[in-house]
Every structure is written in C-alpha cells, then in structure tokens.
Write a protein that binds this ligand. Structure first.
Ligand SMILES: Nc1ncnc2c1ncn2[C@@H]1O[C@H](COP(=O)(O)OP(=O)(O)O)[C@@H](O)[C@H]1O
Ligand SMILES: [Mg+2]
Length: 235
C-alpha cells in the first residue's frame, strides 16, 4: 500500500500549551481515515497543520512521498491536498456557480460538471450561497474542496449542524465519490455513526498525541479509547 499523506513528529504549541505533541500519521492511498477524540484533543489543529493553514508548528509533511512541509495552503492545494474551508460562509453573497468557477480558475480551469453532478448542485448554480439551505451549503463546501479531484481531502466536521439523517446521507455521497475517484480522505467527525459507517481506519487523538490507530472494529472495543472518548458518547 502506498502512503498518500504523511505527517511526522508534528508539534504545535499555544503559549506553553502543547496542542499537538509529536503526532505521526500516515494515510494510505484511497483510504478514508477517521480522526476522532475528545474536545480539545488537537484534531482541528492537526488538520490546520496538514493543510498549511497553521504557523509556528514543527515536524514534516509528505504528500505522495514528496515533502511539502514548507509549502503554503494554495501551493499544497495545487499539489492535490485539499480541505473544506466553509467558503460559503466567507462569500455568502456569491452565487453557487460563481464560487465553484473561482475555485476552478484558481486551480487552472478544472472542469466542474462532475463535481456539480456528484453533489447535486445543478439546480442551485444561480443562487447566492446564503439563500440555499444549510444542507446544500455543506454539499457546496464539499464540492469546492473536490474541484480538480484532489489526491487528498481533509475534512473538519463536514456534517456539523446537520441532522443524523442528513449526516448519514452526506457520508454516503462522500464514501461513494471518493471511492469512485480514488481520493484519500482524513475526516474529523464527532458523529460516531458517520465515522463507523465510512472509515477504513481510525486514528484517535488525546491530549495532542495519537492514542491509537487501528481498524474500526478494534477501535470500538479498545478500552483506552472507550475510557478517553467513546464512553462519553451517546450509544
Ligand atoms: N488559536 C489558538 N490559540 C490558543 N489555543 C488554541 C488555539 N487553537 C486551539 N487551541 C487549543 O488547542 C487545543 C486543541 O484544539 P483543537 O485542535 O481545536 O481541538 P479539537 O479540534 O480536537 O477539539 C485546545 O485546548 C484549544 O483550546
Ligand atoms: Mg475541532
């Protein structure tokens, strides 16, 4: 199995507080990797560091074996490392189609038809993002990140604010699409039903360190994971 995305010895501190304390993570090509753990475990910090959004961090990052440690967000994006940015919230007045076109131009005029179709956005292209439903906005966020079929997609709670039913629907779309396109995914999600329904493997973060990294079935029954995290989740 080849590794699509790898972080080695990742550190990030805020003042004296270690939000990431020596994290190693390697995500295999085509895999959907879940990233779970209690609030404040460092999940969003890890996504920020991997995507290039963070400053003052340490460690090395490799994309398909090539080091991207010194590259900025947009440089990593051009190399195929995408993340959802919730851009619908940044440019709420822009039409859905315009947002997608801007994203495609930034990447060198990538095609949009397949993304629009896969996320069922065709009927919304002329609507300002702020006027479409919240569920449609979440699908637009995902579409923006998927423009140009990135090699790796980082998602930080893409289903936040959706009902359980909507979350599972979004998860099913995501799973089908990334398997069809061969995208590698690292996804933070607090809904364990979503995590266990789509992930091939799961990394558990706790206090800025990797507590365990294993197959979903092993994670479910791991006593350390249950005591640090799953035990506090609703069944
Ligand atoms: N910009 C920041 N300034 C200070 N502390 C931060 C900042 N971002 C995150 N932290 C702290 O780092 C820890 C990890 O945060 P975060 O990565 O957001 O956790 P998670 O996403 O797992 O809930 C938390 O204790 C949080 O308060
Ligand atoms: Mg977070």
């Amino acid at each position: 199995m080849s590794i699509s995305l790898e972080g080695r010895g990742l550190h990030r501190s805020f003042g004296g507080f270690k939000a990431l304390d020596g994290v190693d993570i390697a995500v295999e090509a085509g895999q959907i990797r879940g990233l779970i753990g209690p609030n404040g475990a460092g999940k969003s910090t890890l996504i920020d560091v991997l995507s290039g959004r963070a400053d003052n961090w340490g460690g090395q990052i490799y994309l398909r074996g090539e080091e991207v440690t010194g590259l900025k967000v947009h440089e990593r994006r051009r190399r195929g490392l995408a993340r959802s940015f919730q851009r619908t919230n940044i440019f709420p007045a822009l039409a859905v189609g315009t947002q997608l076109t801007v994203a495609a131009r930034a990447l060198g005029n990538e095609g949009l038809d397949d993304v629009v179709e896969a996320l069922s956005l065709g009927h919304l292209l002329d609507r300002p993002a702020q006027q479409i439903s919240y569920g449609d906005q979440r699908r637009l966020d995902l579409a923006l990140a998927l423009v140009g079929r990135p090699e790796v997609l980082l998602l930080d709670e893409p289903a936040a604010g959706l009902t359980v039913e909507e979350s599972l629907q979004l998860a099913a779309i995501l799973r089908d699409l990334v398997k069809k396109w061969g995208v590698t995914v690292l996804i933070v999600e607090h809904d364990m039903e979503v995590i266990f329904s789509i992930c091939d493997r799961i990394t558990v973060l706790h206090l800025g360190k990797v507590l365990v990294d294993d197959l979903p079935d092993a994670i479910k029954t791991n006593p350390e994971v249950i005591s640090a995290y799953l035990g506090s989740q609703a069944p």
